[in-house]
Structure formats: structure tokens, C-alpha cells
Write a protein that binds this ligand. Structure first.
Ligand SMILES: [Zn+2]
Length: 270
């Protein structure tokens, strides 16, 4: 083949390879948000009706992008439905409101089990898998682009958005955490001073939760957060979104650091 024709063909192929995914994403995000999806949000996401309209609209755009980019599959005989996809996407995207840092760029797959699933693996292994649950697992976050969830727990957590327990918020916090390359309780932040504030607030609160857990003292945050800094960040995020008033009152510095990171104030819709 003539080398110029070959070069032109390769260039056209490269341009198309870059352009087609962007075109498809733009088309997916600009499509109308289906009425059935609104019904799912109103039925399943306890906090959705309380969100200010600009945040509701923003959430819908993020959901469309999330559903376009991430692949869902069922396990343990489960057949994935739109209700599952929208309910999971909505909660994952709550962590991305008012942010412009990419919608979990490393995440490709969400695998859903009907209920708690069992794996034989230590809680945090060499591959960077962070598991959550006691007997059977309720969720698992992999650094190689995968989140695994138990649907019955997802639904309970979504409908009850005030008890401080939410497996989707939890596992997707691990995804944010691992964007630095390791899930260690410190996500990507804006600058050195942000890291200092983050480390200051989270390490002292983590120490306090560890002391509470050791002596069996009740605390606002689940004692599971005392396991390690990554679990603390995930549990603190659940508390921030579901019990914001109490967190702001009793853990003010931690609340402010998380508010600045997530760029929302959940007290406004509680
Ligand atoms: Zn966890």
C-alpha cells in the first residue's frame, strides 16, 4: 500500500478512536433523564427529594455519565435491573457533586450479589482489596477497577439515609481513597496545606475512635472505622452524609475537613 495512504488511514483511525468515545459520552449525558429513573430515585434514595434542585439536576447528569461509563454485572444468580444500576449510581455520584476530578476514572466494573457474599481472603490483602462486612461481605472495593456490592444491603442503606450506614458511600470512598495509588485514608487533595489539615483532623479522630472501640464506648461513628485509616475515611464519609448535624456538633474539625473535600453541606438536606 502507498505509504501516504497508509499514514492517512492510521491518522483517521486514531482521530476516530479518540473522538467516538467522547461523542458517545456527550450523547449519553445530553439524553433526557428517563422518568422511570426519577421514580427510582424518589422511591429508593431517601435523601433525594430533599436535595436542592441544582444538586438534583447535577446528580442526574452524573448518573447518566456513570451508567454510560461503568459496566454492571450480576453474580450469584442475580439479574441486574435499572433499579439496581440507578440506585447504586446515585449514591456513588453523591460523593462527586460539585467536584470536577473525574468520575472514578479507574473504576470499570460493578458486580452485584443478591445478598452478603463470602470470599476467603484477609480484610485488606496485597492486591489492595478493601473488604467490608463480618460473616458474609456486604461490599468490596478493588484498586484494579472493581466494586462488589450486596444488593439487599445497598437498598436498605439507600432508603435509610440517616442511620450512618451506607455500603455504597463506603465502598466508593475507598475508590476515591485509592486514586492516589493506595487506599490509606488520604485521597487526592488540592495542596500541601490541605494534606496537613486532613492529616491533623483525621489522625486525632481516628485515635479517639480507636480508644472508644477498645473500651467499648459508644461513638457517633461505627467502631469498624477504627480498623485502619482507610476504613476510618470510609466510615467518616458515611457519617458525614447521613448524620451531618451530629458530626458537625461533636466532631467539628473533621466535619469541616470533609465538607471542604466533598464540597457539599449535607445539613442542608437533612
Ligand atoms: Zn471498608
Amino acid at each position: 500500500m502507498n505509504p501516504w495512504i497508509l499514514l492517512s488511514t492510521v491518522l483517521v483511525a486514531i482521530v476516530l478512536a479518540l473522538w467516538i468515545p467522547r461523542f458517545r459520552l456527550k450523547r449519553a449525558v445530553s439524553a433526557p433523564f428517563p422518568e422511570q429513573w426519577v421514580e427510582i430515585l424518589e422511591r429508593n434514595i431517601g435523601v433525594y427529594r430533599n436535595l436542592p434542585m441544582p444538586l438534583r439536576l447535577q446528580l442526574r447528569l452524573l448518573i447518566k455519565q456513570f451508567l454510560h461509563q461503568k459496566h454492571f454485572s450480576g453474580a450469584g444468580g442475580l439479574e441486574v435491573t435499572d433499579e439496581m444500576r440507578v440506585t447504586i449510581a446515585a449514591q456513588a455520584c453523591m460523593l462527586q457533586l460539585n467536584r470536577d476530578s473525574g468520575l472514578y476514572p479507574r473504576l470499570k466494573y460493578i458486580i452485584i450479589y443478591p445478598s452478603a457474599f463470602v470470599v476467603s481472603r484477609p480484610e485488606m490483602d496485597q492486591a489492595g482489596v478493601v473488604s467490608h462486612g463480618s460473616k458474609g461481605l456486604l461490599g468490596e472495593s478493588w484498586q484494579n477497577g472493581k466494586v462488589i456490592l450486596a444488593w439487599d444491603n445497598v437498598l436498605n442503606g439507600a432508603r435509610n439515609f440517616v442511620d450512618g450506614s451506607n455500603v455504597v458511600l463506603h465502598e466508593f470512598t475507598h475508590q476515591l481513597d485509592s486514586e492516589t495509588g493506595s487506599a490509606d485514608g488520604a485521597p487526592l487533595l488540592a495542596g500541601e496545606s490541605s494534606y496537613r489539615s486532613w492529616a491533623g483532623a483525621l489522625s486525632s479522630e481516628f485515635g479517639e475512635l480507636q480508644r472508644d472501640a477498645r473500651v467499648g464506648k459508644r461513638s457517633l461513628m461505627d467502631h469498624y472505622g477504627a480498623t485502619n485509616p482507610a476504613e476510618f475515611f470510609a466510615v467518616a464519609t458515611e457519617t458525614f452524609f447521613e448524620k451531618p448535624r451530629r458530626m458537625a456538633k461533636h466532631h467539628q474539625e473533621l466535619f469541616e475537613v470533609l465538607k471542604s473535600y466533598y464540597r457539599v453541606d449535607p445539613r442542608e438536606w437533612q
